[in-house]
Design a protein around this ligand. Sequence first.
Ligand code: C2E
Ligand code: MG
Ligand code: MG
Length: 414
Amino acid sequence: WLDQTIAHARLSETSCAVLLIHIADFREVDEVFEVRADDILAQDAGALAQAALEPHHFLARLARDEFAVGVPELVQHSRAHELGARVLGSLSEFVAARGLQMQIGVNIGIAIYPRDAATSESLMHAARVSLSEARESGSNQMRVFNSAAGERARRMRVIRRDLWPAIQDDALSLVYQPKYDVKTRGVVGAEALCRWRHPTLGAINPAEFIMVAEQSGQIDKLDDWVISQVCAQVRAWQDAGLPVVPVAINVSGLRFASRNFAQYLLEQIHQHDIPPSAITLEITETAAMKDIGKSMETLADLQSLGIHVALDDFGSGYSSLGYLKRLRVGTLKIDRTLIGGLDADLQGRAIVGSMVALAHELRMKVVAEGGESASQLDILHAMGCDEVQGYLMAMPLEVPAFVDLLHSARPLRA
Ligand code: C2E
Ligand code: MG
Ligand code: MG
């Protein structure tokens, strides 16, 4: 439900919140009052839901002593705090009403999308960090904690500090997610996606370190590293006699708009002696819109070099259909939030359907990102969508697994 809530918040440009509620000392309740803690908790959940929540809030029990509340369409961030306070109030009332002469320790951690995190995973993580800070600040106390601004800032500093050496030492890596022809179901391309396993923070979501890279001026360096890695990889695959498919590289709007971008790319292509058609680029709509004049210049340069460009994440922001015509990119890549909505409702289907039709009208190819179910694939097929990329067909793959796939995808020759 959290994924959906976030997707909805993204589309409607609102916020949403997660409240993680931990109830301490239930073991003691168990022993002292000779009632099953589980029973109390189950009723707590009901009491919480009735007393504090509104009908459109979600309540989920994550563990014996832990609940999560999802608040969609959060208009003011302070509303999440108010709700937390109400939950605390209703819980203590509940305990009093049951005649339980004891204090239970309730702690709440709150995280808000998009302020604190951009994905459901990182939002839950942020809520968990807030919760542990709330718990550290006192047991048997009811406290609502703000999102872990301090923890987050610390994390950002570490990422910012360690990214540069990681790029230089080749500590980043690339995975390759295949793209499939919707009709023939054959592999027709791939997207290179950056991965970073930090020595202490573990695997960091690319959305997170790319954002830091953009904010700290390291994105040019990162994007250039990816370009040279992919070019070298394609060279190696060609040398090994593999049937290479075009590989898409994500390029930040900042790098795309910088003066020598097309030149750098061309240098890399020449240096590795690969055809320009082996590389495609993915840029996001918002990046392209920032300086449309400059973007169009760069696009024209790239086109004259024979490099194909796709507009990534289409439909995730302010989709301006008018710009599509002016931008003249070859491919439209429909954002996965829209593809995820295909199964659910007719409206979502209508939106994607008209995007496909419009793109074809403009002689663009259409790629669907984030195909996760067979029914989505069927719908996309019926709409005439050209290519699809998603967990249904394949996850982003490490190089050896991707090579296996290329081998097996090799068309049989007579
Ligand atoms: P993106 O370019 O839109 O990449 C597609 C994202 O969707 C990838 O996330 C991919 O793993 C994910 N995805 C693919 N199929 C599915 C699916 O069926 N379901 C779901 N839920 N997700 C799916 P990832 O790898 O986490 O990358 C996130 C974003 O980070 C990328 O979005 C891109 O904007 C950025 N990024 C990744 N690598 C690079 C890079 O080398 N350079 C730059 N500048 N940005 C990068
Ligand atoms: Mg992409
Ligand atoms: Mg995308």
